[in-house]
Design a protein around this ligand. Structure first.
Ligand code: PGA
Length: 251
């Protein structure tokens, strides 16, 4: 199975024209890639872009009705979107989303045949600095509760429609990517949580990707050495050449 490379454009670029040219540059540059590439632009550009798998950056808990400013999984499905990011740390922080909200968003996606990219990650770190043992405990606590509460009531059968994105907050947009060693530790914490809730088989099979200051220099290290199934790329996904190199490193 090929690696999964997700582009999270966040609130960029500023015009439809720039969005189309960024998308086309990526589309033309990743010919013959073995990776599954998923582009997550702002909502307003989703229906303008065709030819690569699309994801939304967030989704409403609700399916329709008086929820000003929100976009439902039903609407995403209707325009051909296949994925949604859920629980990104920026949505947890700025939109005050809780694990319970995130759980309901996951349910809304799965009910409407939208696959989920569930973002989780601890706030402080890197845990490899002094106080390591304690920091590891705190990291485990955060990741465990984000998984346990986020996936509450989700059937084991549905795990195949969920990708977990491990995104330590200290590494997002900072240029301070998480070390391979620490990423491995986090992957095993996540797999352990999944095996406790579901089964060892599901822990072995669940797709886990890494996000946080990924670039063309460090991408291969994560893919080859950290044992991840792919990458979630923010800043570097806005630079076509850089993003294409990241996709190529997954071949
Ligand atoms: P970054 O963002 O690659 O710019 O660190 C990753 C993310 O927030 O998804």
């Amino acid at each position: 199975m090929g690696k999964i490379i997700v582009a999270n454009w966040k609130m960029n670029p500023n015009s439809a024209e720039d969005a189309k040219s960024l998308f086309d540059a990526v589309k033309n540059g990743i010919n013959n890639s073995k990776a599954e590439v998923i582009i997550c632009p702002p909502y307003v550009y989703l229906s303008l872009l065709r030819g690569l798998t699309l994801g939304a950056q967030n989704v409403s808990i609700k399916e329709s009705g008086a929820f000003t400013g929100q976009v439902s999984a039903v609407m995403l499905k209707d325009i051909g979107v296949q994925y949604s990011i859920v629980g990104h740390s920026e949505s947890r922080q700025y939109l005050k989303e809780t694990n319970q909200d995130i759980n309901q968003k996951i349910v809304a996606c799965l009910n409407n045949d939208i696959k989920v990219i569930l973002c989780i990650g601890e706030n402080e770190g890197p845990a490899s600095t002094p106080g390591y043992g304690e920091a590891k405990e705190r990291k485990t606590e955060v990741l465990d509760s984000e998984i346990l509460e986020g996936l509450s009531g989700i059937s084991e059968e549905n795990l195949k429609n969920i990708i977990i994105a491990y995104e330590p907050i200290f590494a997002i947009g900072t240029g301070k990517s998480c070390s391979i060693e620490e990423t491995k530790q986090s992957i095993s914490i996540i797999k352990n949580a999944i095996s406790k809730i579901y089964s060892q088989k599901s822990a072995d099979e669940i797709k886990i990707i890494y996000g946080g200051s990924v670039n063309s220099q460090n991408a291969e290290g994560y893919l080859q050495e950290a044992g991840v199934d792919g990458l979630l790329v923010g800043g570097a996904s806005l630079k076509p050449e850089e993003f294409i190199k990241i996709v190529e490193s997954a071949n």
